[in-house]
Ligand binder design. Sequence first.
Ligand code: PPY
Length: 498
Amino acid sequence: MSIRILTGPEVAEHASRDSCWIIVHGKVYDVTDFLDEHPGGSKIILKYAGKDATEAYEPIHPPDAITTNLPPSKHLGAVDSSTVVKVVKEATAEEKHRLALMEARPPLDNVINLHDFENVAKLVLPEKAWAYYSSASDDEITIRENRMAYQRVWFRPRILRDVSTVDWSTTILGQKSSLPVYISATALGKLGHPDGELCLTRAAAKHGVIQMIATLASCSFDDIINAAAPGQTFFLQLYVNRDREITRKYVQHAEKRGVKGLFITVDAPQLGRREKDMRMKFVDDGAGAEVQKGQEVKKDQGVARAISSFIDPSLSWKDIPWFQSITKMPIILKGIGCAEDAVLAYEAGVQGIVLSNHGGRQLDTARSGIEVLIEVVKALRLRGYYPDPKFEIYVDGGVRRASDVLKAIALGATAVGVGRPFLYAFCAYGQEGVEKAIQIFRDEFEMNMRLLGARTIKDVVPEMVDASSLSSHFVMTPEDNLFHSTYQPLQLAKFRES
Ligand code: PPY
């Protein structure tokens, strides 16, 4: 069948709510009937009515989103690119400033800790991307607590143990990992770097680190797997779709392609209100306002909330046997926040749990994973469920140092998930940034394990930490200046400029 070739001017004629065509990746789609179904609202589509929407579409949609959501009759054909007028936007003063900062960013050799990446990312990322990545829910108490909690755990080091060689490699779900750290899922990587999550894949391949692929990655699942090195290990983070058939296909496809663990996100029946992200939507650039005239515009969403409507809030413990029936991959519940649910997870026969509050992005004032770890280990032990080599416990949130990881391991975690720091590393420096972040972890593991008196990860035992003040939420500790200088305080609603 021959493909219809359209011209730019032909597409441009369909620039209204009554007939809305857009171009994505060189193809023309009639999205008129889809306008009101678009999870992100019709306004953003109408802004690109009759035009090429690829740049706006790409970072926040998997490549096949449009083809799977629109019936074939709405796929109108290809566009002759020579006839499409490129919309050249004059860079704003802020954009110019941002690009200048990108040019002037510190050379990678001067980056010596994970906070450095965050600081560079904050300055060089487009405002929207920074707001989406850095935001957390409500008053952002939990995101800050995630960091602080590690400072309430103190080391009890051992000496004179011949630490000439130390080894921090381990296994996670039976898979080799060069670090007791995996790259945790973060979404929408192309908001911050044109190669998106592939930066993580390539760096992880080179350094034997496991990457957890996010359901909402900007790169498609297959693009990531296709970029893998032979034998590279991946886990999959899963948002469960209201349409279970979509989820079944996705999970089984992942298993076929060799994914080694299914991490089901269980702490997001509704997305948290992330105010930094939400405020971005109030900045209306005026474009598209014409075609939107008279339309009710939902402005209070932000990037994340706008695209989260597919997530099934009815997910419950009753669904676990179904997951076990559709896959042989180990199943891990990501987002456990108390001992009772850890016990239920064990009894449901899953292979692990992640003690996580979603990087502070879901229930604000939920406790940190490291704090929850103590009560979880205690409750599981009491029932004879811990230790059990067939049930692993992970922690994520707030990890910025190898010393944090060692504290979690001492308290009973198998490994620790690190999300934002790797994300910021690639936003600021691409694949090389991620490689550098891994190298920083290595250097810190070497030093900390020597100073702690642990030759291997197995030697990192509960007696090496004093966590007696962990659950006490008002304890004076020296301030973490690096963290505080990159943390961006929330702001209140701004008055209109007169
Ligand atoms: C998050 O932003 O915390 C996520 O987990 C990813 C996401 C992105 C958009 C909608 C829902 C979840």
